[in-house]
Design a protein around this ligand. Structure first.
Ligand SMILES: Nc1ncnc2c1ncn2[C@@H]1O[C@H](COP(=O)(O)OP(=O)(O)O)[C@@H](O)[C@H]1O
Ligand SMILES: [Mg+2]
Length: 247
């Protein structure tokens, strides 16, 4: 495999309490640059917990997450937040867009937080990203004026805004109809084909089969790994605009 973008070494996440739970129980995993990895497993098997560790939303009880060669377990909270903001983009089952903000304002949020770009540059990039996801005419609408699929595409634009190396998505199509599911999955596939790393938790075996590799999690451990290069689909949307991967 080419360069490793994301690595988990002996990853453990325990919840201590009257009754202790081990949510993630010793995971070793390397994900290549440009690889599209699917994570499957029964409900409660620890998929979300693993994904949050990989995306630095949560810290492990033991083990290490290495992002683009940088170990993260000993970073301060601030440094960790900074790596998360610039290297990782998140898409969840529910879009988590701010309801009082327009699509464009939502997409600008991570760029504003990173503070690397001027206002004009951020606005241009936001509009370009939205156009690349077929949302040119929806930039100034609020989430409640959009369909579920459109909202999830805004969430993807937001995830891409700081040009992260890694996109992690937790059941991103779990609340979508078939057409929107297809679009969202095709977009994620294109993002991986453009050289970013995509890690997706999904319940849908047909979608998981289109990933480059699938790891099946049971009880917080990797139970089985399936190799198999997914095929690039036809461009999902907005043929006239640059694709998400080009923006
Ligand atoms: N903060 C927590 N405290 C206690 N138990 C938790 C916590 N977070 C998750 N769990 C439990 O850990 C298990 C794994 O959760 P999760 O990673 O969400 O699984 P999955 O995404 O595969 O459904 C589940 O049984 C869940 O109820
Ligand atoms: Mg989950």
């Amino acid at each position: 495999m080419s360069d490793v973008a994301l690595q988990a070494v002996g990853l453990v996440r325990r919840i201590e309490g009257a009754v202790s739970h081990t949510l993630v129980n010793g995971i070793d995993l390397s994900v290549g640059k440009g690889e599209f990895l699917a994570i499957t497993g029964p409900s409660g098997s620890g998929k979300s917990s693993l994904l949050y560790l990989l995306g630095l939303l949560d810290a492990p009880s033991d083990g290490e997450v290495i992002i683009c060669g940088q170990p993260t377990s000993k970073l301060s909270e601030d440094d960790r937040a900074n790596v998360r903001l610039t290297k990782c983009g998140f898409v969840f089952q529910f879009h988590f867009l701010l309801p009082e903000f327009t699509s464009l304002e939502n997409v600008l949020l991570p760029m504003r937080a990173a503070g690397q770009m001027g206002e004009k540059e951020m606005q241009e990039r936001g509009l370009e990203l939205l156009a690349s996801l077929g949302l040119k005419d929806h930039a100034y609408k609020r989430p409640n004026q959009l369909s579920g699929g459109q909202r999830q595409r805004v969430a993807i634009a937001r995830a891409l805004s700081n040009r992260p190396e890694i996109i992690v998505a937790d059941e991103p199509t779990g609340a979508l109809d078939t057409t929107s599911t297809e679009q969202v999955f095709s977009i994620l596939r294109e993002i991986a084909d453009s050289g970013r790393t995509v890690v997706v938790v999904t319940h849908d075996p047909a979608l998981a089969a289109r990933a480059d590799r699938r790891v099946h999690i049971v009880d917080g451990r990797i139970h089985e790994t399936f190799e198999g290069r997914g095929k690039s689909p036809e461009p999902a949307i907005a043929a006239a605009a640059p694709t998400a991967s080009q923006v």
